[in-house]
Ligand binder design. Structure first.
Ligand code: LLP
Length: 428
């Protein structure tokens, strides 16, 4: 169930009117429903009760510490892909024993930091990375627990930019080479081989690619056992799609996915790790914006809003669909091109979209933006990063404030040869 609905013709997130938030926070801003995040997590954990499992939230989907804390507070671990994400997860209260480190290009520095805090597992993606991790661990007198990320050569049937499980993608170790690399790793003193890891892509809308992947992984686990390598952990990644377009026949749900995971893995004596990102947080979030101009073009009416592609990149980057809602319920509808203020035609949220009639100054909400929204934002066009707000029942609080222009401009320095002598004196 989505966390937003109309009460007395006003859009609410949980019990807070969007209009009320906009009056204090000012548009554009993100807001997230805490209970939507909690209920998505509980749906995973309730449906996996009989399995030895660990749900590691893929922090990249929304790395605000208040969001990580919400999930950590009800038992989630974290899947991180950088030292920055690892630091966020730790600071938000995720115990190191529940953290897995994914990513194709972990640096020695990142490895050292992760080893020093004692994370649960590194998901290793290449032979070169294995060698570097072994060396780094030996230097620190530590042992790195690892899983190899396997590339199963399965088509996830999703957008090409977020498909990761085909042999032509940069991710993982080809399944045909897996046995030999496991044998190599088993002999390394800085490495303890624990598991197998796989993640074939994001926004999957059918179960079949998952099932095919799991079958291939189980065959590999058996083959490894025959070679004397026992797999204790199987990390099955994330990837569950969200029903952005409200399709009636949308196949994926957390419940159905978990049923399949139970079926596929109940007979295996291994801990199953999940790395969901989008499916935990996407539906929790709205991006609230205001119509700046309603501009009549030759072919269409443009609603120019105060949010832009730098705030929410998904429509311009993946042609992603997000529902657009008038914050005050309307009885009439019109067709619009909904665009932002940035100087690119790609700064478009929707083309020829039928939605409720809107006027200048009115509020509009972009739906299901809790995942891969704020985290992918930038300051392009020297626009300020927009605030994030957490909603809990009737309360709301800013969890990332809007910084001012002074703070943004002070991030740059002039090179020394561009400064006058008196300016240089000041710096000293
Ligand atoms: N594990 C690994 C290793 C991943 O690379 C990802 C996502 C996940 C887990 C979480 O996948 P999820 O459950 O969220 O599908 N920016 C894109 C999505 C990029 C996903 C990257 N990896 C978007 O806006 O659609």
């Amino acid at each position: 169930m989505l966390p937003f609905c109309y009460q007395n013709d006003q859009l609410h997130l949980e019990h807070v009117a969007i209009k009320k938030m906009a009056a204090t926070v000012e548009t554009p801003f993100y807001c997230y429903s805490q209970s939507a995040i909690e209920s998505a997590y509980n749906e995973y954990s309730n449906n996996l009760k009989t399995l030895n499992s660990m749900i590691c939230y893929a922090v990249k989907a929304n790395s605000n510490q208040a969001i990580i804390k919400t999930l950590a507070g009800i038992g989630a671990g974290a899947d991180v892909v950088s030292e920055g994400e690892l630091r966020r997860a730790l600071q938000a209260g995720v115990p190191p024993s529940k953290i897995v480190f994914s990513g194709v290009a972990k640096s020695e520095r990142e490895m050292s930091y992760a080893l020093s805090v004692g994370i649960f597992q590194f998901n290793v993606e290449s032979e070169n990375e294995l060698e570097r991790l072994n060396q780094t661990a030996l230097n620190l007198n530590k042992v790195a627990r690892i899983a190899f990320r396997i590339n199963p050569d399965v088509d996830a049937n999703t957008h090409a930019k977020i498909s990761t499980g085909k042999s032509e993608n940069k991710f993982g170790i080809p399944i045909s080479k897996a046995v030999s690399i496991y044998n190599k790793a088993a002999k390394m003193r800085g490495i303890e081989v624990k598991g197998v890891d796989v993640h074939i892509g994001s926004q999957l809308t059918t179960l079949a690619p998952f099932r095919e992947t799991f079958k291939r992984i189980k065959l590999l686990v058996n083959e490894l056992l025959e070679q004397g390598i026992a797999i204790e952990v199987i990390d099955i990644g994330g990837g569950l799609g969200v029903n952005y377009e409200n399709q009636d026949n949308f196949e994926i749900s957390i419940k159905r996915y978990c049923e399949m995971v139970n079926q596929e893995f109940c007979n295996l004596n291994a801990k199953i790790i999940l790395e969901p990102g989008r499916s935990l947080v996407a539906n929790s979030g709205l991006l609230v914006s205001q119509v700046v101009y309603k501009k009549q073009g030759e072919h269409s009416t443009f609603l120019i809003i105060d949010a832009a592609m730098n705030d929410l990149l998904r429509p311009s980057m993946y042609d992603a669909h997000h529902d657009l809602l008038s914050v005050t319920k309307k009885s009439t509808k019109e067709h619009y091109d909904i665009v932002g203020p940035i100087c690119e035609t790609g700064d478009t949220f929707a083309k020829n979209r039928q939605m409720e009639s809107m006027e200048e100054g009115e509020l509009l909400a972009i739906a299901n933006v809790g995942a891969y929204g704020a985290v992918m934002s930038s300051n392009y066009n020297t626009r300020l990063s927009i605030p994030e707000v957490l909603v809990h029942q009737s309360q709301f609080e800013v969890i990332k404030p809007r910084r001012d222009y002074e703070a943004l401009l002070s991030l740059d320095n002039l090179a020394s040869w561009q400064q006058t002598t008196s300016e240089l004196e000041l710096v000293k």
